[in-house]
Design a protein around this ligand. Structure first.
Ligand code: ZN
Ligand code: FE
Length: 269
């Protein structure tokens, strides 16, 4: 990492606000700032509690997609902080969004001197976007650590394309997903790649973190590229496992991805 990269990263502090059973609401602040940006506040109360405890005030909300566990707290936060800008995808179904975003847009987050660029990543939902900047990716329910979101609205083709564009980001990118699913995902990934040594190491590391009550996220894109079967649909061991599952040859990486996704949906979850 160059010095410039490092200082770019250090400009922001990120902390998780746990919500519901396994959601992380990510909160970003800058050293010395009394403001924080909130990513996907599915619930307002834990956010308000955490910000009060840290003597912070929200300066913006960033939304990745329309699901309730990501947007459910917007209304209450706006009641308490009426002028809060809310960035999100162009989806009339999300009440409270003040700034609609699309592929390639740049978001200047007020209060914390941060800039993110927007990626459209349809698949889990059609409106799903991700925020990339400062060496970090806030990807909601698109990539999970060692997994990916279910295909509720998009096609496997679309999700594979979204994941491929995420996979092309710098490998040291920190991946901040919205759920603590890592250990469960590793269980399935081991079905696909029982011989993957990096996966075994990730499992040991994840167990150690969970034992200490610590989040297993963020991970790095580099680690995901070595362990996440949904980012590995061109790797021979994953192709072979997918072909064994469907019982025929799979000529395209997107077809391998589709088979792995279906395998997890139908037999594992
Ligand atoms: Zn979701
Ligand atoms: Fe979610």
């Amino acid at each position: 990492m160059t010095h410039a990269d490092l200082s770019r990263k250090l400009m922001l502090r990120v902390f998780p606000i746990p919500a519901f059973r396994d959601n992380y609401i990510w909160s970003l602040t800058a050293p010395g700032s009394r403001y924080a940006a909130i990513v996907d506040p599915g619930d307002a109360l834990p956010v308000i509690r955490e910000l009060d405890a840290r003597h912070l005030e929200p300066s913006a909300i960033l939304i990745t997609h329309h699901h309730g566990d990501h947007v459910g707290g917007i209304r209450s936060l706006l009641r308490r902080y009426p002028d809060l800008p809310v960035f999100g995808p162009r989806n009339e179904g999300i009440a409270g969004v003040t700034h609609y975003l699309a592929q390639g847009d740049e978001v200047s987050v007020p209060g914390i001197n941060a800039k993110f660029s927007v990626l459209e990543v349809p698949g889990h939902t059609l409106d799903h976007i991700a925020y990339h900047g400062h060496g970090m990716l806030f990807c909601g329910d698109t990539v999970f650590s060692v997994g990916c979101g279910r295909l509720f609205e998009g096609s496997a083709e679309q999700m594979h394309d979204s994941l491929s564009r995420i996979a092309a980001l710098p490998p040291d990118t920190l991946v901040y997903c919205a759920h603590e699913y890592t250990l469960d995902n590793i269980g399935f990934a081991k079905w696909v790649e029982p011989e993957n040594v990096d996966l075994r190491q990730r499992e040991a590391q994840a167990f150690a973190l969970i034992d200490q009550d610590r989040p297993t996220v963020p991970s790095t894109l580099a680690l995901e590229l070595r362990t996440n079967p949904f980012l590995r649909s061109q790797v021979p061991s994953v192709v072979q496992a997918a072909e064994r599952y469907v019982g025929r040859e799979l000529p395209r990486a997107s077809a391998v991805f589709a088979a792995i996704r279906r395998w997890k949906d139908e037999d594992y979850d």
